[in-house]
Design a protein around this ligand. Structure first.
Ligand code: PLP
Length: 404
């Protein structure tokens, strides 16, 4: 069989299970109202939680950064790609996390996928055992697979199960690895309990705060601020393409850990540093996150979260036969679990016909039978926007119930 025949067979199997994915084309920038494939839509799908991607101050800072620094960084960080702008970003982040991580230092990456790959493969050597939460992001799963460490999975939020695994481990280095906010469920990891286990069993806690950074905590520093955690055992990964509205990622940890990453993380050493103009603009993004605009967007987010969750609970109550449910979401990620792949795609299509875009999420991203609409809110969504979504869902639910 030729390769093309082989691939076409596999693609046809995906189509038959309603699992075929395709790209959509945005014709305008990231914002709650965006033109997609030529059509204006009200969007509930980006991770731009504070609406900073559309903030004029960010575009201005990018332009200013480009005027000052030009285009790309030209080389990997250890060769000549590390600029004063990169350093200012790392210094700001080190200052942000100093109250949470003694002797904190930060190191930058082009994406969160890369940051996770770096920290998990560099620390997960042949002496290590990685304790990996069941619902971890794909980048953490891939990183654990690529590491030389033994990998042990623990159940979702299963603190007792993890305790037993740690107690039984004889590994010299123990790494607990978890998302802070689970990206397809919107719930929070029990970080205080996980940190207590790390302290009790001489383990280290790697926290991926992709969806907490900018969103959680009084000044937007994320899950460590939200829970008020402080320990040298905390190793924080934050991403800058979501609430920060730009691109990039960082690891903040004890200075010795960051120095070791610099020596040994292959995807840091052998990959071109991010464009300095982006780093320059990140400084503006950080100022917005910790300033009054960030605080106002976070307050609006919490109000919209409550409005949406209350509305969805009422909807589920009115249509019990559809079998829809909510997760324990406590963040701007508020999934509506529908069940079947075809059902969720039909629901997403009905919403889109009504002018709203909410992505349907199917296996393998989520467990079979738990396909869902992944509704994400933005700090610039209005009360009327959320009402429009709830109205459209109400009509779609009534139609699905009639059809059933
Ligand atoms: C998005 C995401 C990442 C990857 O970050 P990128 O900067 O998009 O590569 C890592 N972890 C989690 C939990 C994410 O949601």
């Amino acid at each position: 069989m030729s390769l093309l025949d082989h691939l076409n067979t596999k693609l046809a199997a995906l189509s038959a299970q309603s699992l075929r994915r395709s790209l959509r084309r945005a014709d305008t920038g990231t914002a709650p109202r965006q033109t997609v494939d030529g059509r204006p839509l009200l969007m509930f799908c980006s991770n731009d939680y504070l609406g900073l991607a559309a903030e004029p101050a960010i575009a201005k800072a990018l332009a200013e950064g480009a005027r000052r620094w030009g285009g790309g960084s030209g080389a990997s960080p250890l060769v000549s790609g590390h600029s004063a702008a990169h350093e200012a970003v790392a210094d700001t982040l080190a200052r942000w996390y100093a109250p949470h991580i003694p002797e904190a230092r930060a190191i930058g990456f082009c994406t969160g996928y890369m940051a996770n790959l770096a920290v998990v493969t560099a620390l997960g050597d042949e002496h290590a055992e990685i304790f990996s939460e069941q619902l971890n992001h794909a980048s953490l799963i891939d990183a654990a697979r690529l590491s030389k460490a033994r990998v042990t999975r623990y159940g979702h939020a299963d603190v007792a199960g993890l305790r037993a695994l740690l107690a039984a481990s004889t590994a010299r280095v123990k790494l607990i690895v978890t998302d802070a906010v689970f990206s397809m469920d919107g719930d929070l990891a029990p970080l205080p309990e996980l940190l207590a286990l790390a302290e009790a069993f001489d383990a280290w806690l790697i926290v991926d705060d992709a969806h907490g950074f900018g969103v959680l905590g009084a000044t937007g520093r994320g899950s460590l601020e939200h829970f008020g955690l402080s320990s040298e055992r905390l190793i924080l990964v934050g991403t800058l393409g979501k609430a920060a509205g730009l691109a990039g990622a960082f690891v903040a940890a004890h200075t010795t850990i960051v120095d070791y990453l610099l020596q040994s993380a292959r995807n840091f050493i052998f990959s071109t540093a991010s464009p300095p103009a982006i780093e320059h603009a990140l400084l503006t993004s950080f100022a917005l996150i910790e300033g009054p605009l960030g605080a106002a967007r976070r307050a609006n987010l919490r109000a919209r979260q409550t409005q949406l969750r209350d509305g969805l609970l009422a909807l589920i109550d009115h249509h019990p036969r559809l079998g829809w449910s909510l997760t324990d979401a406590a963040t701007p990620i508020q999934p509506l679990v529908v069940g079947g792949n075809a059902e969720v795609m039909a629901l997403a299509a009905a919403l889109e016909a009504a002018g709203l875009r909410v992505p349907g999420i199917r296996p393998p991203t989520v467990a079979p039978g738990t396909a869902r609409l992944r509704i994400t809110l933005c700090g610039t969504h209005t009360e009327a926007d959320v009402d429009a979504l709830l109205d459209a869902l109400q009509r779609a639910a009534a139609a699905q119930e009639r059809a059933a």
